[in-house]
Design a binder for this molecule. Structure first.
Ligand SMILES: Cc1ncc(COP(=O)(O)O)c(C=O)c1O
Length: 391
């Protein structure tokens, strides 16, 4: 995946970009795995939406235009055609709508999940057991942050309908090597769904190079937008014979048909949508995506890698245990440190105006392009004072 000449030519003004996030005047915010920081760009976009409500009341053409702009930006983000991108409200909605299209009674009925899943994807596939799905699970090793390819090799068979995996684990930042898993699935006739929520916006994603059939995510983390807008890439959606049972008027071939006698799903990925889009959410998502993409994803990834390398270096110097690989290049944007009492540590840091988060006994530190070394200095000063909670 190469950086365009244009992108490489201009190094971003990271200090100027940081100034567009007012939270840094008040807090050390280093928690983008949970929610991206709020930019002035997004604040202004919310203002523009409210202004359109005051001035026009209903401005549907413009609002649908916003949704189409978000669709195009997301398609560019993951390198697919706009026709292959569905807009939803969340990963949960995306996966529910996808899962509703599968027939588990026709030979292949197994769904391969992993120990690294975000709960919602596992839960949605488990809910399909009633429709005949059989769940198989690729177990993580003792570190809780890696799954050997051999485990997928043993589980994926000619009974596998779909392999549903996260790219980056939300608990510890572990990153799966997706290529060989896709190869295994393909060679055995199974499809692959990739949950890229913890990766999108922190690194370049290319669905064509990854070879996955579906990719889902949302816009509130490293895409620096907000809650209530998710997306779902559907490979070659225009040719798909997958017809979701979950449907609605925005999923129809002609949204304006208002035909109560027929269900005619769109030929595009829109068939995986349902009702009225989240209009204010589209303003927010568009502003976040535009700002992020103006920085350039290769610059974003390089910045995150260098910040995480510094975090890892300092943590290791203190003898603290990083969960999973200590090499940031083998992880998502998050560094997870094993703690004796992670929730208490997060609360103490919060009292010092430092925002992090915890999962599974790990302190999650998740920098983005707007963070800098001063954040890491403040964080580690505080961590040294609270070292008893790390253990
Ligand atoms: C990997 C991953 N998938 C999904 C979600 C959330 O899904 P939803 O958009 O349905 O709330 C998260 C949120 O933290 C996540 O980290």
């Amino acid at each position: 995946m190469t950086q365009s000449a244009d992108e490489a030519a201009r190094a971003p003004d990271f200090a100027g970009l940081r100034a567009r996030f007012p939270i840094f005047e008040r807090r050390t915010y280093i928690n983008s795995c949970s929610y991206g920081a709020l930019s002035l760009d997004v604040q202004n976009a919310i203002g523009a939406y409210l202004q359109s409500r005051h001035e026009k009341g209903s401005d549907w053409n413009a609002w649908i235009g916003k949704a189409e702009s978000v669709r195009a930006l997301l398609a560019e983000l993951v390198n697919c055609d706009a026709d292959e991108m569905a807009l939803t409200g969340s990963v949960s909605e995306s996966v529910n709508n996808l899962a509703s299209a599968f027939d588990f009674s026709a030979g292949r009925n197994e769904v391969v999940l992993t120990d690294l899943d975000f709960p919602t994807t596992s839960q949605i596939w488990l809910a399909r057991e009633r429709a005949g799905a059989r769940i198989r699970r690729a177990r993580a090793d003792e570190s809780g942050a890696a799954i050997a390819l051999a485990k997928f090799d043993r589980l994926i068979s000619d009974k596998t309908l779909i392999v549903s995996i996260p790219l980056v684990c939300y608990r510890n930042g572990a990153m799966l090597d997706v290529g060989p898993i896709v190869e295994l699935a393909r060679s055995r006739g199974a499809m692959v769904l990739l949950d890229a929520y913890q990766a999108a916006g922190s690194m370049r994603l290319d669905v064509r190079a990854l070879g996955v059939d579906f990719l889902v995510g949302g816009t509130l983390k490293y895409l620096i937008g907000g809650a209530g807008v998710g997306y779902c890439y559907v490979r070659a959606a225009t040719k798909t014979d997958l017809t979701p049972v979950n449907s609605g008027w925005f999923a129809q071939e002609d949204v304006h048909a208002m035909d109560i006698y027929n269900n005619r799903p769109s030929h595009s990925a829109r068939r995986f949508e349902s009702g009225t889009p989240n209009v204010p959410g589209m303003y927010v998502a568009e502003a976040g995506l535009k700002l992020l993409m103006s920085v350039g994803l290769d610059h974003v990834r390089a910045r995150i890698l260098s910040l995480n390398a510094e975090i890892a270096r300092r943590a290791i110097r203190h003898g603290w245990r990083i969960v999973g690989s200590a090499d940031p290049a083998l992880r998502g944007a998050m560094t997870a440190i094993k703690c004796a009492d992670a929730p208490a540590l997060v609360a103490r840091l919060d009292a010092r105006a430092i925002t992090t988060s915890d999962r599974d006994g790990n302190l999650r530190i998740s920098p983005h392009f707007y963070n800098d070394l001063s954040d890491i200095d403040r964080l580690f000063d505080a961590l040294e004072s609270e070292r008893a909670l790390i253990g």
